[in-house]
Design a protein around this ligand. Structure first.
Ligand code: PEP
Length: 256
C-alpha cells in the first residue's frame, strides 16, 4: 500500500549543464519504473533548470534544505514558500551532513518541518546514529530521541504528509551499507514509534526510506524489507544507470 519513493540527493554536485543532462536522462527513462515514485533533489541553484529539464516526466522535485523562517533578513537562506513557488514538492530536512557538518539540532529540524508542512511541502525528515552510538548499543535510543525532537508538535493530520528517512551516519558516502536486518530493525522501531504517537492505521501509511550507500546491487535486499519503503540515495543518484537500477530493483521487489 505504500508506493516506494526513490529519492536522489545530488548534494553539492553537478554544474548547470550536467544537472540538466542528468535530469533529462532520468526523465527519459522514468516511464520504465511506474510502480515507484522518483524524486530528484538537486542543488537549490539548479532547481528551476532541473524542473524544466524534467518537463512532464513523472519525477518529483525536491530541495536539500531550507530555512525555518518565512522571510526577511536571513542572508543566504531559502524559504519554504520560495521552494513551492518554483514548483518543488519535497525538501530533505535534518540530513546527517546538515546535523553533523553544520550543527543542526533536532529543534532546528523541527522548526523546518513545521515550516515545510505549513507551506505544503513534503518534508523528508532524516534520522540516523553515529558509528559510536551503534557500537555502544545506543542506536534505538538515539533514533527515538531524534524522532521525538524532530517531529515534536506534528499532528496526526500533518504526519501523513511526512516521509521519514533512516540514514545511519556511518553508512553515508562510505560504501558501508547497513545489512537489511539492521535497516529493518530500525525501520520497524520507527513504525512502532509512529503507532505509539499516532495510531497503527496512520503508521502504516508513512513511508520510511533507507539511506546509506544504496547501490543497484544491494537495493533489492534492502527494499525487500517489510518496513523499508524506498531509498534516499547520494552518490549513486548521480549516474542515471545506477539511479534507475535502484528504482527498477524497488519495482521488482514491489511486484514480487
Ligand atoms: C545521502 O546523501 O543521503 C546518502 C545516503 O549518500 P550515499 O548514498 O552516497 O551514501
Amino acid at each position: 500500500m505504500r508506493t516506494p519513493l526513490i529519492a536522489g540527493n545530488w548534494k553539492m554536485n553537478t554544474e548547470s549543464s550536467s544537472a540538466v543532462a542528468l535530469a533529462r536522462d532520468i526523465a527519459q527513462r522514468a516511464a520504465e519504473a511506474t510502480d515507484v515514485e522518483l524524486l530528484v533533489c538537486p542543488p537549490s541553484i539548479y532547481l528551476t533548470l532541473v524542473r524544466d529539464a524534467l518537463g512532464k516526466a513523472a519525477v518529483g522535485l525536491g530541495a536539500q534544505n531550507m530555512s525555518c523562517q518565512p522571510k526577511g533578513a536571513f542572508t543566504g537562506e531559502i524559504s519554504a514558500a520560495m521552494l513551492t513557488d518554483i514548483g518543488a514538492q519535497y525538501v530533505i530536512l535534518g540530513h546527517s551532513e546538515r546535523r553533523h557538518v553544520f550543527g543542526e539540532t533536532d529543534e532546528n529540524v523541527n522548526g523546518k518541518t513545521h515550516a515545510a508542512l505549513a507551506a505544503g511541502l513534503t518534508p523528508i525528515v532524516c534520522v540516523g546514529e553515529l558509528l559510536e552510538d551503534r557500537e555502544t548499543g545506543r542506536t534505538a535510543e538515539v533514533i527515538r530521541s531524534q524522532f521525538d525532537g524532530s517531529l515534536a508538535g506534528v499532528t496526526a493530520e500533518q504526519i501523513e504528509s511526512v516521509v521519514l528517512a533512516y540514514e545511519p551516519v556511518w553508512a553515508i558516502g562510505t560504501g558501508k551499507v547497513a545489512t537489511p536486518e539492521q535497516a529493518e530493525e530500525v525501520h520497524a522501531d520507527l513504525r512502532k514509534q509512529l503507532t505509539e504517537r499516532y495510531n497503527g492505521e496512520l503508521a502504516e501509511k508513512i513511508r520510511i526510506l533507507y539511506g546509506g550507500s544504496v547501490k543497484p546491487d544491494n537495493a533489492a535486499e534492502l527494499l525487500g524489507q517489510a518496513n523499508v519503503d524506498g531509498a534516499l540515495i547520494g552518490g549513486a543518484s548521480l549516474k542515471v544507470e545506477d539511479f534507475m537500477g535502484i528504482a527498477l530493483a524497488g519495482e521488482a521487489v514491489g511486484q514480487a
